[in-house]
Design a protein around this ligand. Structure first.
Ligand code: TRP
Length: 338
């Protein structure tokens, strides 16, 4: 289908479920910032409606939504360049999601690994929203006719489902209306791993705070966590192949590469042969230099929540300008009388 018929439009979302980590920054937010510079129209969303598919304390949800917005802005998302808003302020997402609930098949959703992981053993007790989550995600993207969606590796399956929903809608209604979205999965640190176990993703829900770097950590905490990060006794290799069986070493090199906007090859050309006792302080200084301005700016922004709310409100209005006609046309296609 003719993607060229659409302007290049980027959409991505992050759940405001609290605890932003270095993984969110390098795997998502930093890339969102970079895309602002290209000739893309960029739309970034705090997906609060997705967050409540598992229980969220209301006061915490509100706080986390604002903190995520502060994190976006502190990291370099510019509300005059990007549309920045929280999902629940644009009801068109939910309206389109309902239509997509009728397009997506039970069998498709049953295969979603994120649902299986999050629902765990007690599937009967998972919310209906958790099951239908990917149809809402498809609506988030397609309500803007977004063509490019930067996400982490773990969201690939949901993006394939988004393409399936778009294709089936187009086919069932005999139209060429929703674009087939391109996933944008790239960059050394699309997956930042735990500092304690290189086989697990860095996560805000890991019981050990030493496993992650939080966006709100101060310089001492960052330095201590990198110093204590698990490694192996060998020196760093000079070639990428030398990292293949060394998950923890690879993770630290990936983080370094992402923070300096270099390829892993280039990093190893500089640091190959160094011991961790030498590399860790370099990485730690770099991480502190990159992250502490962001965390202090976040703290500053969080002191004026009225300003954050104002930014989100303006973003929501801009988003609705795009979403409203797309929903309206969708309703016409489906045969809704208004
Ligand atoms: N499911 C994504 C995640 O958990 C968040 C998300 C919701 C999203 N809607 C989206 C990402 C639309 C990209 C596009 O990370």
């Amino acid at each position: 289908m003719a993607e060229a018929a659409f302007t290049k439009r980027v959409f991505s979302g992050i759940q405001p479920s609290g605890g932003l980590t270095l993984g969110n920054y390098l795997g998502a937010i930093k890339r969102f910032v970079d895309m602002q510079e290209d000739d893309y129209e960029t739309i970034y969303c705090m997906v609060d409606l997705h967050a409540i598919t598992v229980w969220q304390d209301p006061a915490e949800l509100a706080r986390n939504t604002r903190e995520l917005c502060a994190g976006f802005i502190a990291a370099g998302i510019d509300p005059s360049k990007s549309i920045l808003f929280n999902q629940s302020q644009v009801p068109e997402h939910t309206q389109l999601a309902w239509i997509f609930n009728t397009v997506a098949r039970m069998g498709w959703l049953n295969r979603m690994t994120q649902f299986k992981d999050k629902a765990g053993k007690n599937r009967e007790n998972a919310s209906v929203g958790l099951f239908a989550y990917p149809a809402l995600m498809a609506a988030d993207i397609l309500i803007y006719h977004a063509t490019h969606v930067p996400v982490g590796e773990d969201q690939k399956q949901h993006l394939e489902l988004t393409r399936d929903i778009a294709a089936k809608f187009n086919h069932d209604y005999g139209v060429d209306y929703f674009p087939i979205t391109e996933p944008v999965i790239e960059g050394a640190a699309t997956r930042v791993m735990s500092l304690r176990d290189g086989s697990k993703k860095m996560s805000k829900s890991d019981p050990s705070d030493m496993s992650r770097i939080n966006m709100t950590d101060d310089a001492d905490a960052i330095a201590q966590k990198i110093r204590k990060a698990r490694t192996d006794p060998d020196a760093l290799p000079s070639e990428v192949d030398g990292l293949s069986e060394r998950a923890e070493a690879r993770n630290l090199v990936n983080i370094y590469a992402a923070l300096t906007d270099q390829s892993v090859e280039d990093v190893l050309r500089d640091v190959g042969g160094k011991q961790f006792s030498e590399f860790k302080p370099i990485l730690s200084d770099l991480a502190v230099a990159k992250l502490s301005p962001i965390s202090s700016e976040m703290a500053r922004l969080m002191q004026d929540t009225a300003e954050i709310d104002r930014i989100l409100h303006i973003g929501a209005e801009q988003a609705r300008e795009i979403a409203t006609p797309i929903l309206s046309k969708t309703y016409d296609i489906v045969g809704m009388v208004r």
